[in-house]
Design a protein. Structure first.
Length: 302
């Protein structure tokens, strides 16, 4: 089966990765991380989240981070915006893309953003309109598309329904997220097919967490369908504050190694990402979660 020749890797470590860290990560460390990732060649970095600091204290420095990073022309720096308050902050901070985030499960929607799916869509409407008015890219994330920590199974119809609502809001890109990392390859293809039924395939992305060690094989399954956008997190940082036990996103180093081996172009320098992973892991005082990153560091050390 032929695979795409080129993919876009969206680096989400500075946001999805760090948001779950209990200890405060100072803005200057986040800035250095984003700068290193920019230098590594990513076209899109999720750098900030303008949510309530009571809900996600780690993201309270988002304004400082957006002000401090060295921006490379052409690179999109994204920010999460759950409502108009978040949108105004993202606009002021110079985000190139705003991300509205909903869920395919009612239970997760309530826990994560304190409202039902229907209420969330209503809340996103003015954000979507404002993004268009200001010429910002609009992305949507659909959490728990493969399973929910509170509700369990999530019907394919629910995924298709939320993807269609996000499409109707005018999204440029829609992320299909495995929040708790429970997907397996056939399930990945079934859920992605449900999304493909509602939105153009070149605007769909796979956002896989690696809780059960299935993320890479799920990415491969999505590649087989023709999906060309994937999210990953340097050093496998992350988890989800509203999904107990969920580990980080799939590690960027692991995804790059697989893409390089498949001859799929990413535009990202693996060695530079390994260095960025070593930098943030050293700050956090623990070994990074990327197997490829750790293997390359061990090889370098001789
Ligand atoms: C959505 C809300 C705000 C609703 O929270 P709420 O309590 O229902 O909101 P509210 O409108 O009633 O406001 C309550 C307070 O929050 C403040 N507030 C309200 N909005 C903002 C804002 N934008 N920025 C800063 N402050 C805000 C507001 O000013 C007020 O402050 P107070 O008067 O009490 O001092 C809240 O539930 C929230 O912030 N949730 C964030 C949850 C979150 O960030 N989760 C993690 C990101 S999603 C994710 O990681 C999944 C993803 C995307 O990676 C994909 C996947 O893997 O699944």
């Amino acid at each position: 089966m032929s695979l795409p020749s080129k993919v876009k890797i969206v680096e989400v470590g500075p946001r999805d990765g760090l948001q779950n860290e209990k200890e405060n990560v100072p803005a200057d460390v986040k800035i250095e991380l984003v700068n290193r990732l920019t230098a590594a060649g990513f076209a899109n970095i999720e750098a900030a989240s303008f949510v309530s600091p009571k809900w996600i204290p780690q993201m309270a420095t988002s304004r400082e981070v957006m002000a401090g990073i060295v921006r490379k022309p052409g690179v999109i720096y994204s920010a999460l915006t759950p409502n108009m308050q978040g949108f105004e902050a993202a606009l002021a901070a110079g985000a190139g893309e705003v991300v509205i985030f909903g869920a395919a499960s009612e239970a997760f929607s309530q826990r994560n953003i304190n409202c039902s799916i229907a209420e969330s869509i209503t809340r996103f409407e003015p954000v979507a309109k404002a993004a268009k008015e200001h010429g910002l890219r609009l992305r949507a994330s659909v959490s728990t598309a493969f399973g929910c920590p509170y509700q369990g199974e999530v019907p394919l119809e629910s995924v298709a329904y939320v993807v269609a609502r996000m499409r109707d809001l005018g999204c440029d890109e829609i992320d299909i997220a495995d929040t708790i990392g429970v997907a397996t390859p056939r399930k990945t293809q079934a859920v992605m097919q449900a999304a493909i039924g509602e939105f153009r395939i070149d605007g769909l992305s796979g956002h896989f967490h690696d809780t059960y060690g299935q993320a890479l094989v799920n990415i491969y399954a999505a590649l087989e369908l023709g999906i060309t956008i994937f999210h990953s997190s340097v050093a496998g940082l992350g988890g989800c504050p509203y999904a107990k036990g969920a580990t980080g996103n799939v590690a960027t180093e692991d995804v790059l190694y697989m893409m390089n081996g498949l001859g799929i172009e990413t535009g990202v320098d693996l060695d530079a990402v390994v260095d960025a992973g070593a930098f943030i892991s050293q700050f956090l005082g623990r070994k990074g979660a990327s197997r490829v990153g750790n293997a390359i560091l061990a090889k370098r050390a001789g």
